[in-house]
Design a protein around this ligand. Structure first.
Ligand code: PEP
Length: 264
């Protein structure tokens, strides 16, 4: 029996361009959820889908004000691992916590490749996020090259063990993992549901060895990579896929509302 609460997350990345556009998107999304009948996102009663939005930093507070009444939480797309000081342009965990963030994305592939986030840095960020009472969504996944080399499992195992090094069993209750094959992110090439599910099962086996079966079975593992209203139902029907991390489609209120209201 799968007791894991589904979690759907929308990563807006560096979009939309203005605050007005961001608030429009948040308002439009909430309006659609309110119209949809069996929307779980509207309250946080047991068994409902958890929904999290990741707007760019400047919009977090106001987006939270809009979506909180729908039971939706907000998160930060990234934080630095130092507490404070001379780190021009960086944002600390305490800061995003103080404006109401519940989650922080750690290790997104765009941070790894474009901003040189290493597994060591990602591990420091995961631990900092946990220290401040927030929940990291740790993003892992193989590149196209690694996929072609058929080393998906090795890559995921390595990332999980390095990025979660020193995280206690107790803290693991607050961790979510997002399996995102890099070749599927922003490409329109969604990983087929069965193959993604195999990787999710494998990640659980790694967690079982690092921790125990309880951690492995209770850990929520999202799939990410070109999820759309057309692919979400098949993905969510899988035994070990507990939600989705959605980029592009989360910028359209109607698409993301449909994704949140998946029909497995
Ligand atoms: C992402 O940003 O994590 C992502 C999966 O993006 P997209 O849905 O656009 O592929």
């Amino acid at each position: 029996l799968n007791m894991r609460q589904p979690i759907m997350a929308g990563n807006w990345k560096m979009n939309p361009a203005t605050e007005a556009d961001a608030l429009n998107l948040a308002n439009g999304f909430c309006a659609l959820l309110n119209e949809m009948a069996d929307t779980c996102a509207m309250d946080d009663k047991e068994g409902c889908t958890e929904v999290v939005l990741f707007p760019p930093f400047p919009f977090i507070s106001k987006v939270k004000d809009i979506v909180a009444k729908n039971g939706i939480s907000v998160g930060a797309q990234q934080v630095y691992y130092e507490d404070k000081g001379a780190f021009t342009g960086s944002v600390a965990a305490s800061m995003v916590k103080s404006v109401g963030c519940e989650y922080v994305l750690c290790g997104h592939s765009e941070r790894r490749t474009l901003f040189s986030d290493s597994d060591v840095n990602i591990n420091s960020k995961v631990k900092k996020v946990l220290e401040f009472g927030m929940k990291p969504i740790l993003c892992i996944g193989e590149t196209q090259e690694e996929y072609d080399l058929k080393i998906t499992k090795e890559v995921c195992a390595m990332q999980v063990s390095k990025d979660l090094a020193g995280v206690s069993k107790q803290e693991m209750k607050n961790v979510v993992i997002a399996y995102e094959p890099v070749w599927a992110i922003g490409t329109g090439l969604v990983c087929d549901a069965e193959s993604a599910n195999e990787v999710h099962k494998y990640i659980r086996s790694v967690l079982s060895k690092m921790y125990d079966d309880e951690v492995a079975q209770s850990m929520r593992i999202q799939y990410g990579g070109s999820v759309t209203p057309d692919s979400v139902d098949g993905l969510m029907a899988m035994s070990d896929i507990d939600g989705c991390l959605v980029g592009g489609a989360s910028l359209y209120a109607d698409k993301f509302a449909r994704i949140v209201n998946f029909q497995p």
